[in-house]
Design a protein around this ligand. Structure first.
Ligand SMILES: *Cc1c(COP(=O)(O)O)cnc(C)c1O
Length: 480
């Protein structure tokens, strides 16, 4: 069994095993003709149920054969140009290489004595990101598992910085299309059920700053404490970016922590064409970035950045066995002092490899391509009478619905759109997402694949219309 431990004696076994796995995935990538097979839970579950985990196969090749049956064959493939659903990106090869290296070396980024150079690489990427944002010389941050954790940590710091004796008095402001992790964080942080005040959005799904100003004023008048405003730079559904400069002004006026949730919009930090769309982000007290959304990085790769490094002390605890206080005096860089996690992956290496091979411009060009593609898609939708499209994209999502001229019942239109999404998924020909707008069912494309073309978008729209029409036709038959 020792032959399975990665060490000096097994280097050759390691090379062969990993190569075998890489060969399978490479073959898969080369032959995948649809983003999904359309497999159902009922078809897949028995295959996995049938495997006895207490009877190992021993042989890597046999296990890879089995993996083909239980996973690889029916996985949802984000690299396919007709995967248009969620905020998942195709990944860049330098990052996948980084992933292979970091899991083999298995550094843990909590303390210097478990990572050495990894710690410095992560710190350099944090400094690089903070500089791209424009947070100034006092900035810092740490890699996290994702935007949810980044938002949680940012709000923890904001809570600790807020001057209040009572958690029940704290208020957090976010737009009605902000991410649900804001609500989750408020709950985890012990704030009251009324803590998150949702601010309405305008036509373009951007926070209405007039409404924000009104809510901040009301908060103050009620003797409550405005703990933080969460501005979203790239809402999950619409890619809309809240008016950051105006929000920054209001935060300054009310002495409120400004958090920018740029989980999605952070790709603009590398953009060559659209960087100005997140102007104002440099005024944030904290920023969430998800490299695994718009920097083409494998899950997970995310960070939280802060303007004032000293605020990270709110996440600092010392343990004698790990990061005793004296290490701070000795200036030993222990990243655990800044993190909610203890043992932590060296995710930063993926971004490092990416920047060293492709450069930031390489990433920015890819993101610019998908933003431009979304603009083309919007034009297709806006000129197609079969569809109603919600907002002109700022990033790379399109929210729309099929609206047949002959059908006036909105509930029936809802059902047709829901059916189209399901039928498309079951066919595997494309994967699209869905959401609700003003209580009605819409469909959503999240475009993060530069390989997707306007022709792909047009073809998928035809498929959607076809499924919806078929549903409506059958529905008529049912009625008569
Ligand atoms: C995706 C997303 C998050 C959550 O990030 P995870 O990496 O999925 O945890 C937070 N905010 C916004 C705006 C997002 O789009």
């Amino acid at each position: 069994m020792r032959s399975h431990l990665l060490n000096d004696l097994t280097a050759e076994h390691y090379r062969r095993s990993v190569t075998e796995g890489v060969e399978r995935v490479a073959a898969k990538l080369a032959t995948t003709d649809r983003p999904f097979t359309g497999v159902t839970v009922d078809a897949l579950a028995p295959r996995i149920d049938a495997i006895d985990l207490d009877r190992p196969l021993g042989d890597t090749g046999a296990v890879l054969d089995e993996l083909e049956e239980v996973y690889l064959r029916d996985a949802v493939y984000f690299h396919h140009p007709r995967y248009l659903a969620h905020l998942n990106c195709p990944v860049v090869i330098p990052a996948v290489l980084g992933e292979a290296v970091l899991s083999a070396v298995n550094s843990s980024l909590d303390t210097w004595d478990q990572s050495a150079g990894g710690t410095l690489i992560e710190r350099k990427l944090i400094d690089w990101t903070a500089a791209r944002i424009g947070l100034g010389a006092g900035a810092d941050g740490v890699f996290t598992s994702g935007g949810t954790q980044s938002n949680l940590q940012a709000l923890l710091l904001a809570r600790e910085e807020a001057k209040s004796d009572s958690l029940a008095d704290l208020r957090v402001f976010a737009s009605e299309v902000g991410h649900f992790s804001v609500q989750k964080s408020a709950k985890l942080l012990g704030l009251g059920p009324e803590a998150v005040v949702t601010v309405p959005v305008d036509h373009d799904k951007r926070m209405q700053t007039v409404a924000l100003a009104r809510e901040l004023e009301r908060c103050r008048a009620d003797g409550l404490v405005p703990m933080a405003v969460v501005a979203t730079a790239g809402t999950t559904d619409f890619g809309s970016i809240d008016p950051l400069p105006e929000i920054a002004e209001l935060c300054a006026q009310y002495g409120t922590w400004m958090h920018v949730d740029a989980a999605y919009g952070c790709g603009l930090l590398a953009s060559l064409k659209h960087r100005d769309r997140i102007a104002g982000i440099e005024r944030a007290d904290s920023v969430t970035v998800d490299y695994h959304k718009s920097f083409f990085q494998p899950v997970s790769s995310s960070a939280v950045l802060v303007r004032d490094a000293t605020t990270l002390r709110h996440a600092t605890y010392h343990a004698e066995y790990l990061n005793p206080r004296r290490m701070v005096r000795e200036r030993i860089p222990n990243q655990v002092d800044k993190s909610l996690q203890t043992t932590r992956r060296f995710d930063a290496l993926k971004l490092w490899m990416t920047l060293r091979v492709m450069g930031a411009d390489g990433v920015g060009r890819l993101f610019d391509e998908v933003c431009d593609l979304a603009e083309e898609g919007w034009r297709l939708l806006a000129t197609d009478p079969r569809f109603d499209v919600v907002v002109r994209p700022t990033l790379s999502t399109l929210v729309f619905r099929y609206v047949p001229a002959a059908v006036t019942d909105p509930a029936e239109i809802d059902r047709a759109n829901l059916h189209a999404r399901k039928a498309l998924f079951a066919s595997g020909a494309a994967v699209v997402a869905g959401t609700k707008v003003h209580g009605r069912h819409y469909l959503k494309f999240t475009l993060l694949n530069p390989e997707t073309t306007a022709e792909d978008i047009a073809a998928v729209l035809d498929l959607i219309a076809g499924h919806a029409e078929q549903y409506l036709g059958e529905s008529l038959d049912r009625a008569s």
